[in-house]
Write a protein that binds this ligand. Structure first.
Ligand code: NAP
Length: 301
């Protein structure tokens, strides 16, 4: 057992790489769990540009970094530098977590499992449900591959064809459920959503600074729809505000964020982190940040 905040010659390193990375809440989330469990680890963030990615992964081996989270834009491009990929992450085509097992780097994707856990914790079951997923990027791929195990039907909506078509074909290769795809501009999307049980936004629409934007018009929602926005910054997006007004059950992206961190943490350290505490720290941090912003506004008045 360690004293709080002690770093010594045996401290094991965990980290996140990305570009940009300064906004990442992962150091806060993981270090909260490390301090709570009093284990000899420390979690830091590295700003790694594309042309330095291979060197960063070589560095993970050289410094014996035990675990690494990988975020935008490296989730796909890091794969060739690893020794092994978890089979589901291979189907998804992207990883967000690496574990160093005696110099052997293993990649896994915790985003899909994290999202499904968050939905399940919100009391929503997936069996026989019709799901609409807006956006077909990395996060959507991870979620869709997990959902396809249980749902009846998935409709993909995206602003452009290529990533949507690819995801549809990839899902159809592994699952026999109905997979539909529609461009975001398609006027039939209103009817699709009217018939859906679950709507998930996986685009950055509504994220800071464009917080007044929503991926669908408010009038398309109905009170039987469960609306999940994986954006967590802000936590109460325009989409969720509209859904709430329509009487929909809603879920923001924070629980998924905490879950993907907790799944990685447990994989690396074999210790169960306290997810409530991790969430509490993030909420405190956001409240503090908003308070500071208000202070600045008052000072400027
Ligand atoms: P990504 O791979 O870049 O995919 C983004 C998707 O959104 C693509 O389908 C893209 O369409 C679409 N898109 C982007 N900008 C758009 C716009 N202005 N209008 C319409 N569609 C747009 O990104 P990602 O990794 O999937 O992440 C997406 C969002 O999820 C981000 O906001 C991220 O912060 C959030 N996220 C949250 C969690 C969590 O734990 N809560 C985890 C991962 C990601 P095209 O195919 O046409 O480019």
């Amino acid at each position: 057992m360690l004293k709080e905040f002690e770093i010594n010659a045996s401290t094991k390193i965990l980290c996140v790489i990305g570009d940009p990375i300064a906004h990442s809440m992962s150091p806060l989330i993981h270090n909260s769990a490390i301090q709570d469990l009093k284990i000899n680890y420390s979690y830091i963030a590295f700003h790694v540009k594309n042309d330095q990615l291979k060197k960063a992964i070589d560095g993970m081996r050289a410094f014996q970094i035990q675990g690494m989270n990988v975020t935008i834009p490296h989730k796909l491009s890091v794969i060739p530098f690893l020794d092994e990929i978890d089979p589901l992450a291979n189907q998804i085509g992207a990883i967000n977590t690496i574990k160093n097992v005696d110099g052997r780097l293993i990649g896994r994707n915790t985003d899909g499992e994290a999202a499904i856990q968050a939905i399940s914790d919100a009391g929503i079951t997936l069996k026989n449900k019709k799901v609409v997923i807006i956006g077909t990027g990395g996060a959507a791929r991870a979620i869709a591959f997990y959902m396809a195990k249980e749902t009846q039907e998935i409709t993909l909506i995206n602003r452009s064809q290529p990533s949507m078509q690819l995801l549809k074909e990839n899902l159809e290769k592994y699952y026999s459920i109905t997979i539909k795809s529609r461009l975001q501009s398609d006027p039939c999307n209103k009817a699709l959503i009217a018939d859906a049980d679950i709507l998930i936004n996986t685009t950055p629409i509504g994220m800071i600074p464009k917080i007044e934007e929503s991926p669908i018009p408010a009038e398309w929602m109905h009170n039987k729809l469960f609306v999940f926005d994986i954006v967590y910054n802000p936590m109460n997006t325009k989409l969720l505000q509209n859904a709430h007004q329509c009487g929909c059950a809603t879920l923001g992206g924070l629980d998924m964020l905490i879950n993907q961190g907790a799944l990685a943490f447990e994989w690396w350290t074999s210790k169960k982190p306290n997810r409530q505490l991790m969430k509490q720290r993030v909420l405190e941090y956001i409240a503090q940040k908003n308070h500071k912003k208000e202070e600045i506004i008052h000072e400027n008045q």
